[in-house]
Design a binder for this molecule. Structure first.
Ligand code: GLN
Length: 539
């Protein structure tokens, strides 16, 4: 087998410059040239995974098909590459240390003093190589979280230095992403922050091979050449990444900047075919030329931070393009919705999505939103907790179970229509203990969801502890809310629908995790279609 090539992506000057998008865009271009490529994220925090983090901390927790709770950047990787990631694609400092400490307790280090160098750095390198081995990738792009100069990123940068030294220039590449600010007072771009951040990398022994400069305005050739000279980087290996309307334009921009060609040349790899990106360009074309417009309300409790619902909002971009429909996704705080105001707050919406979530805060607002959608024929999609809210609402207002609830919110309810799964009852640890990852779902024939999927069995990703209480199955279906998706082994309800409603679907799983640019998720696509139809019917 040919040697695996490694590309590391580091960031400097500021956080949130979009290392994930640059990594995904480069990977997309290499994939389009026929290379098997994967992307990995190394996160320098001590949590073993982001599953226990509040979404306000790092945005949404993304779940892979193998049930890993991961950083939201993995969502970008999948949406761009259309290939699944796994636990191996996201490693945190916590996970690295956990492995090393477990080995130490096991006696694997034979009496040695266990240290950051070589033990932690060896474990980092092992994790980087593991991801290539797993699916026999030719190229691994590893994104290093955080900003160069942070104390906690140091072991990662040291591991990169060692890999570069061990593998040689042509097998290991470092791309450094920085910011070049434009000072309007003096009317010029400033390169000093970039120079300083490259210096910080050099202090750690790493000379970047390629610089990607984030900028609001086009950079002149002079600015690029100045950066090249002062940072010791080839002139044509300094590329700009100018702000664009949508992240999905970045691969096209990087193609124009020849980032893929520069990377391949430095890695001594053949160019293979020129990326045509036909489907990608078609998607962008439809995204930018909508023929209709709808407003969808996303009711959740983390709406102040849009990253908390990243995969949902990206899924709407995919489904919007598929329908050539511009979607105004209105974030609605569930704590602002009350029984007194919910009609006024929601009446203008063409569709309502109730978001996933945990705990009591804002729950009644979500239940009111589900009620409004049900009573007014507004297309509704309830995701995970969103489905559970729709079930609670139906229990209370249609079946007359006054205190219907989830035992997560009210353990003493006389109608636990949503209840803890049996296997969860003895679980006390919080990390990685939910029903996680892909589970099969048999979709009932002749239902709205089976038409959407066009197949009778699907696998969807989960992240929850509670479920529909099957004790109530018949009461619900007799009253018009039916279970149309069931897990074959456990009989757990995966999907509910109200057939008499124009489009009312609740899913216990997370369809948003598997929507990609070239494969938009059918439930989002059909939901948007239903919103468009209802909107034109009501005109
Ligand atoms: N809190 C609910 C549960 O654990 C829903 C979780 C979610 O929306 N992801 O079942």
């Amino acid at each position: 087998m040919a040697e695996v090539k490694y590309i590391f992506v580091t960031g400097g000057v500021a956080s949130s410059l979009g290392k994930g998008i640059i990594s995904s865009s480069l990977a997309k271009l290499l994939q389009a040239r026929g290379y098997s490529v994967t992307i990995q994220k190394l996160d320098p925090y001590i949590n073993v995974d982001p599953g226990t983090l509040n979404p306000y901390e790092h945005g949404e927790c993304y779940v892979t098909i193998d049930g890993a709770e991961t950083d939201l950047d993995l969502g970008h990787y999948e949406r761009f590459l259309n290939t699944p990631t796994t636990q191996a694609n996201n490693v945190t400092t916590g996970r690295i240390y956990k492995t090393v400490i477990e080995k130490e307790r096991h006696g694997d280090y034979l009496g040695k003093t266990v240290q950051v160098i070589p033990h932690i750095t060896d474990e980092i390198k092992r994790r980087v190589q593991l991801v290539a081995e797993k699916d026999k990738h030719e190229i691994v792009i590893t994104e290093i979280g955080g900003t160069v100069g942070d104390i906690e990123s140091l072991p990662y940068i040291e591991a990169v230095r060692q890999m570069k030294w061990e593998m040689g220039q042509n097998n290991c590449l470092v791309i450094h992403l920085t910011l070049v600010p434009f000072l309007s007072a003096s009317g010029e771009h400033k390169t000093k922050p970039t120079q300083h951040s490259v210096k910080a990398l050099l202090e750690a022994g790493v000379q970047p091979d390629i610089l990607v400069l984030r900028t609001e305005k086009e950079l002149s050739q002079d600015v690029k050449e100045k950066v090249a000279l002062f940072c010791n980087v080839e002139k044509n290996a300094v590329v700009q990444s100018v702000d664009v309307e949508t992240i999905y334009e970045v691969p096209i921009k990087m193609l124009e900047e020849k980032l893929d060609i520069t990377a391949l040349r430095k890695l001594n790899l053949g160019m293979r075919e020129e990326p045509a990106l036909v489907k990608w360009r078609d998607f962008l074309n439809r995204l930018k030329n909508p023929s209709k417009r709808i407003t969808v309300g996303l009711v959740g409790k983390y709406v102040e931070l849009p990253d908390a619902y990243k995969s949902i909002s990206e899924s709407f971009i995919h489904a919007g393009a598929e329908n050539q429909c511009e979607i105004n996704l209105e974030m609605i705080h569930s704590e602002d919705i009350t029984e007194a105001n919910y009609k006024a707050k929601l009446h203008h919406l063409d569709g309502i999505v109730v978001a996933p979530g945990f705990g009591n805060r804002g729950i009644e607002g979500k239940i009111d939103a589900a009620r409004f959608a049900r009573e007014n024929g507004i297309p509704f999609l309830g995701i995970c907790l969103g489905m559970q809210c729709a079930v609670i609402e139906f229990g209370r207002n249609v079946l007359g179970f006054e205190d219907a609830d989830s035992t997560e919110m009210n353990p003493g309810t006389t109608h636990p229509v949503i209840d803890l799964m049996d296997e969860q009852k003895s679980v006390t640890d919080k990390g990685g203990t939910m029903r996680l990852g892909g589970y099969r779902c048999i979709v009932k024939e002749g239902t709205r969801v089976s038409r959407a999927y066009g197949k009778s069995e699907v696998t969807e990703r989960h992240r929850h502890r509670y479920e529909f209480n099957n004790h109530y199955l018949n009461s619900y279906s007799d009253a018009g809310m039916v279970a149309t998706g069931i897990n074959p082994g456990s009989e757990l309800v995966e999907i509910i629908e109200i057939p008499a409603h124009p489009w009312f679907v609740g899913v216990q799983f997370h369809p948003e995790y598997s929507s990609t640019v070239v494969n938009p998720h059918p439930l989002f696509v059909e939901f948007v279609k239903a919103c468009c139809i209802e909107r034109s019917n009501n005109k």
